[in-house]
Design a protein around this ligand. Structure first.
Ligand code: ZN
Length: 325
C-alpha cells in the first residue's frame, strides 16, 4: 500500500496510491457487490476490470431496463439486476405508476428478483411520498405478486440535516427519525420478504437505532454501500462498527454504490471504492482516506476494522449467496 510519488491528485486518489498494484488481501474469495449502478455496456468494461482486480466477481446492479439485455449478454453470470423505475419521469400519475408496474414485469422476465424503492427525503419534499403513501400500494402489491424482494433507500447522512445543508428545511424534508416510521410499516407489510436497507440502512451514525430495527424486523438486512459516507462514519467509531458487524454478520451485504458513467470511466475511480472498502473491512489501516469527502473532517480518515476471516466471508459472499441467490 505504498503511495506513488508525483501522482496528480484526483478526487478518487488524494494520497497518490497506485491502484493497479492491488494489495494482498486477508481473504481470497469471489466477492459479490450487492449495490452498483452499471448504466450501459460502454462504461461497464472498465468497471468490471477494476472489480475483477479487487476480487469482485459478481455484481447486482440497478441498471436502466433498456441496458439490461445487452449487459446480460456481454457479462453472463457476472451481473444480476434490481428493478428500478424510470425515476427521471417520476410523477404522481397513473401513467407513471402503470409504467412502473409494467417495468417490474419486464425486469422479472430478465430474472431480476429484487426491486428498489428510492425513498430519500427529496421524495417527501417534492411529492409528499413515503413508503406508506397509498400511491405506492399498487406497486408494492404488484411486486409482491411477482415474487420480488425489496431494497429501500431511507434516510441520508445525518450531517445533511444541519443548518445550511440540503435538508435544513425540516418541514419539507422531515427530520431524520421521521423517515423511519414508514420503513417500519413497510417491513411489516412485505414480511416475510426481505428488505435491504441501502447504505447501512441510512443510519450508520446511530448503530443503536439500527440494531433496534434489525431486532424488531427479522426480514431486514443492510448493505455496506455509499463508500464515502460509510468510510467517514466507520472512522468515527471503528470499535462500535466492528462489534455491530460481528453481531449482525449474517445480515450485512457488501456493496459499493459505484455508478458507471462516461465522466467517471476510469479504472482508478472504480478501484478507489473497492480499495477503501476492502482496506476498511480487512486491514488494521489507520490513516487518510484516498477519497475526497467534503462532508467530513479534513483530511478524511479511514479506519480498518480487521474483521475476522469468517465474518468477511459472510459479508463478501455467503450472505449474498443465501439472500440474492
Ligand atoms: Zn445506489
Amino acid at each position: 500500500m505504498q503511495a506513488a510519488r508525483n501522482t496528480p491528485r484526483a478526487p478518487h486518489n488524494r494520497i497518490g496510491l497506485d491502484y493497479a498494484r492491488v494489495p494482498v488481501w486477508k481473504v481470497r474469495l469471489p466477492i459479490v457487490d450487492a449495490h452498483v449502478h452499471v448504466n450501459d455496456v460502454a462504461t461497464a468494461e472498465r468497471f468490471f476490470q477494476a472489480a475483477q482486480a479487487y476480487g469482485v466477481e459478481r455484481v447486482v446492479s440497478m441498471s436502466p431496463l433498456a441496458s439490461v439485455p445487452a449487459l446480460r449478454e456481454r457479462f453472463p453470470g457476472r451481473i444480476g439486476f434490481i428493478a428500478v423505475p424510470r425515476w427521471r419521469d417520476m410523477k404522481m400519475s397513473d401513467d407513471f405508476r402503470r409504467g412502473w408496474c409494467d417495468d417490474l414485469e419486464r425486469f422479472r422476465s430478465l430474472e431480476a428478483r429484487w426491486c428498489k424503492f428510492w425513498m430519500a427525503p427529496p421524495m417527501r419534499q417534492r411529492h409528499g411520498l413515503t413508503l406508506e403513501h397509498e400511491f405506492l400500494r399498487p406497486v408494492i402489491d404488484h411486486a409482491l405478486r411477482l415474487g420480488y424482494e425489496f431494497m429501500v433507500h431511507v434516510g441520508d447522512p445525518t450531517v445533511w440535516w444541519a443548518p445550511g445543508r440540503p435538508y435544513a428545511d425540516v418541514a419539507g424534508f422531515g427530520a431524520k427519525p421521521e423517515q423511519y416510521a414508514s420503513l417500519e410499516w413497510f417491513l411489516n407489510y412485505v414480511h416475510p420478504r426481505h428488505v435491504i436497507g441501502a447504505h447501512f440502512g441510512g443510519s450508520v451514525e446511530d448503530l443503536e437505532f439500527l440494531q433496534g430495527l434489525l431486532d424488531r424486523h427479522g426480514n431486514y438486512v443492510l448493505d455496506s454501500s455509499a463508500t464515502k459516507w460509510i468510510v467517514r462514519e466507520v472512522a468515527r467509531q471503528p470499535n462500535a462498527v466492528r462489534a455491530f458487524v460481528i453481531r449482525n454478520r449474517e445480515r450485512i451485504l457488501f456493496g459499493s454504490d459505484l455508478v458507471t458513467s462516461e465522466k467517471t470511466d476510469l479504472f482508478d475511480h472504480y478501484a478507489s471504492r473497492y480499495w477503501a472498502q476492502r482496506t476498511m473491512w480487512e486491514t488494521a489501516y489507520r490513516g487518510e482516506s484516498p477519497i475526497e469527502d467534503p462532508d467530513g473532517e479534513q483530511p478524511p480518515r479511514l479506519a480498518g476494522l480487521d474483521l475476522p476471516e469468517d465474518v468477511l466471508e459472510d459479508l463478501y459472499l455467503r450472505n449474498a449467496e443465501r439472500l440474492l441467490g
